[in-house]
Design a protein around this ligand. Structure first.
Ligand code: ZN
Length: 251
């Protein structure tokens, strides 16, 4: 499985927890020996405009460092999606995260909606018609939901559940019942872990979720699947949680 990563993701581009020093290093350290890393190209203005309004893009441009790294993060999601479309499951180890970025606004450490930009590009290029986005981050990805509101070809699913088993069951049930897709894309946030903000999931649960998504893709969409990093803030467990997910998600 290929991991898309750019050294500029190490840069501390703001003071929020997603941009914290050491966060990317923790994940790279957990993955670098066993996964092939490739560098993304930055997304283009046209890529951004499939999701975001020009005023929003201009506002982000006001901080050149955030803008440049944001373009690389969106480009990383695009590359993961394109590899997945071509039969190579992949993971975008990217930041800033994206799922709180709506067409005309953003919050929650997000600027551009990486996963939405990637899916919109595949649809624009007529490579896919229908996509399922599974977002297992602790937080509801309002930006992704807003981007695809009223869009019957892209389904956004954010599992809920105050209990570990309820949460996991809701993912399994959705993947078992909803099948008519050309690709599955994962907004992989790890902040629901028992040692992170959400205090719920165990490391092995990410392996299970990854495997369920893998099985779904094999059964329903020619193995097309990719993930991108969203949240996850405890550096001492983030690397092993991402690794656990990828070990379930890969072949
Ligand atoms: Zn989150």
């Amino acid at each position: 499985m290929k991991v898309i990563f750019h050294p500029r993701f190490y840069e501390v581009y703001t003071s929020d927890p997603a941009a914290a020093s050491g966060r990317m290093e923790a994940v790279v350290k957990a993955l670098e020996k066993d996964f092939e890393f490739i560098e993304p190209e930055p997304a283009t203005g046209r890529d951004l405009e499939r999701v975001h309004g020009r005023q929003h893009i201009q506002a982000i441009k006001g901080d050149p460092m955030v803008y440049e790294i944001g373009l690389l993060a969106a480009g990383g999601a695009i590359q993961a999606a394109e590899l997945a479309f071509n039969g190579q499951p992949s993971f975008g180890l990217i930041r800033p995260p994206g799922h709180h970025a709506s067409p005309h606004s953003c919050w929650g450490f997000c600027y551009f909606n990486n996963i939405a930009i990637a899916i919109k590009k595949l649809i624009h290029e007529e490579k896919i018609n229908r996509a399922l986005i599974l977002d297992f981050d602790l937080h509801y990805g309002d930006g992704t939901a807003n981007t695809f509101a009223g869009n019957r070809t892209v389904t956004y699913f954010h599992p809920e559940g105050a209990h570990r088993q309820t949460f996991l069951n809701s993912i399994q049930q959705t993947l078992a019942s909803d099948k008519d897709y050309d690709i599955i894309a994962i907004s992989a946030g790890f902040d629901r872990h028992e040692e992170d903000w959400g205090g719920l999931l165990k490391t092995e649960d990410y392996h299970s979720i990854g495997k369920w998504a893998r099985d779904f893709s094999l059964e329903n969409c020619q193995a097309r699947r990719f993930g991108v990093l969203e949240g996850g803030y405890n550096h001492s467990v983030l690397g092993r949680n991402v690794r656990s997910f990828l070990e379930g998600f890969m072949d």
